[in-house]
Structures are given as structure tokens and as C-alpha cells.
Design a protein around this ligand. Structure first.
Ligand code: ATP
Length: 234
């Protein structure tokens, strides 16, 4: 579904990704694990068109998206749940969800999708007129995911959904990610919580200082001595 072919990404003179290649098969959960600053966020931002690679390219369902604008990439079916949620704090929960559908014109279907998200996440339903900035961290993460689903993505990019959340909530969020995947959405998940990410993913990539150093089926990586030592606490 997604092919990243040898991309080089820079911030000014600093090279953040060095000839990174990855594939994401339709229907799967793929995870990118790695330490702080390895380049995980940079990879997601490059896919969603927020950063431009200096070399290499990205294609989605056979279309070259390397130089497309972010809104065109959303329209093709890629949605991004950014690191730190980035919901609109001064808007209500309902308005945030509606913003996620800003490219859609099928008003009735948008309404139906909002109802579906509320049915799945009753806590958001109870707070639909509340300002999003007043939600708890876990509720904000659910809202950010709900908002991303409103564009009806085929591929969902998720950047550190567990960040700053209590263990119980993290479990809830990961169960939600698996459910979204079971319902047919392909997922590319960036996580520092390697243990959890490898437990739900099919395929995994390990990124170290801008380079892929290891990749394979997630259950194999979970048992690799190198991964255990570096990312799973021994
Ligand atoms: P984290 O888990 O801490 O978010 P990450 O793996 O997502 O880390 P990136 O945020 O992609 O890492 O950063 C990769 C490298 O690029 C780091 O060395 C970082 O300092 C650098 N970098 C990121 N954003 C910028 C920027 N706007 N300007 C300059 N350098 C940047």
C-alpha cells in the first residue's frame, strides 16, 4: 500500500533520515520503534507531506505522493495523528471531529461517522460540548484519533499515541488501534513503548540515528537479542 523508497530528509544541514526504505502492506499494522531523535516523527511527517525529502520518494497505492500537498495526501486516504495530539483546545469535542472531515462534502455520512465515533467512545459523547483543551490526556488522545478517522483514512499514521498516558489508558488506546485495524484501516505506528508496539504490530522497523538497522515480523524482533537489549530493557 505504501512504499518509501530510499528517502533522505534534512533539517537545514542536519540529515535526519538517511536512505530510509519501508513498505506497509494493506491491512497490516506496521511499527517504527527507536530511541529519542532517531527520526521516527520525521518519517511520518515526510509521508504526510509536511516535510519534503531531498532524495528518494514515497508512493501510496501506486501514486507518487512525494511532492503532493498535505491536503491532497489526506484526500488520497492518509491521515496523521500527530505527536502530542494537537487537538484544537478552544473548540468543542464535536467541532474538533467536524474539523477532521473538512475535505468531505457528504454531510449525512459525516454525521453518521460522528455518531459512530461517539458510540465507540462514550466518554467523548458525554463531553461533546466541552472545550477540547479541558479534556484529560487520554480523552484528548481518543479525540485526536477520532478526528483523524473523520477523513475516512485507508492508512492511519500514529505518532506516539502512548505518550504521557497512564498504563491503563495506554492499554485502552492500543485496544482501540487494534479495533481500527480490524475494521480495515492500515496502520503505521511510531512508538517509544517498543514492547507494546511489537505486541500489536505485524511488521516492525528499528530506526537508529536516521537509518533502518533492523526490520522483520514484529514477533521475531520482539525476541531478537539486539532489540531486547536496546529497547525492551534486557
Ligand atoms: P522523538 O521520539 O524524541 O520524537 P524521533 O525519533 O521522532 O524522536 P525526530 O523528531 O524525527 O525523532 O528527529 C530526528 C532528528 O532531527 C533529531 O536529531 C532532531 O533533533 C532533528 N530535528 C527534528 N526536528 C527538527 C527541526 N525542526 N529542526 C532541526 N532539527 C530537527
Amino acid at each position: 500500500m505504501l512504499e518509501i523508497n530510499s528517502i533522505d530528509v534534512y533539517y537545514g544541514p542536519i540529515q535526519a533520515l538517511k536512505s530510509v526504505s519501508m513498505t506497509v502492506a494493506e491491512g497490516s499494522i506496521v511499527t517504527i520503534i527507536g530511541a529519542n531523535g532517531a527520526g521516527k516523527t520525521t518519517a511520518l511527517k515526510t509521508i504526510s507531506g509536511l516535510l519534503r525529502p531531498r532524495g528518494g520518494g514515497v508512493s501510496f497505492q501506486g501514486t507518487d505522493i512525494t511532492r503532493l500537498r498535505p491536503d491532497k495526501i489526506v484526500a488520497l486516504g492518509i491521515s496523521h495523528v500527530p505527536e502530542g495530539r494537537r487537538i484544537f483546545p478552544e473548540l468543542t469535542v464535536l467541532d474538533n471531529l467536524e474539523m477532521g472531515a473538512y475535505l468531505r462534502h457528504d454531510k449525512k455520512a459525516v454525521q453518521r461517522d460522528i455518531e459512530m465515533i461517539f458510540a465507540r467512545l462514550p466518554r467523548l459523547n458525554e463531553r461533546k460540548t466541552q472545550m477540547a483543551g479541558t479534556l484529560s490526556g487520554g480523552e484528548q488522545q481518543m479525540l485526536a484519533i477520532g478526528r483523524a478517522l473523520m477523513s475516512q483514512p485507508k492508512l492511519l499514521l500514529m505518532d506516539e499515541p502512548s505518550m504521557g498516558l497512564a498504563p491503563l489508558l495506554v492499554k485502552e488506546i492500543f485496544a482501540m488501534i487494534e479495533e481500527i485495524n480490524r475494521n480495515g484501516t492500515t496502520i503505521l505506528l511510531v512508538e517509544q513503548n517498543a514492547h507494546l508496539a511489537l505486541s500489536i504490530a505485524h511488521q516492525a522497523y528499528v530506526l537508529e540515528t536516521g537509518q533502518i538497522v533492523l526490520s522483520g515480523p514484529a514477533h521475531e524482533l520482539a525476541h531478537s537479542e539486539d532489540v531486547k537489549k536496546a529497547y525492551l530493557g534486557g
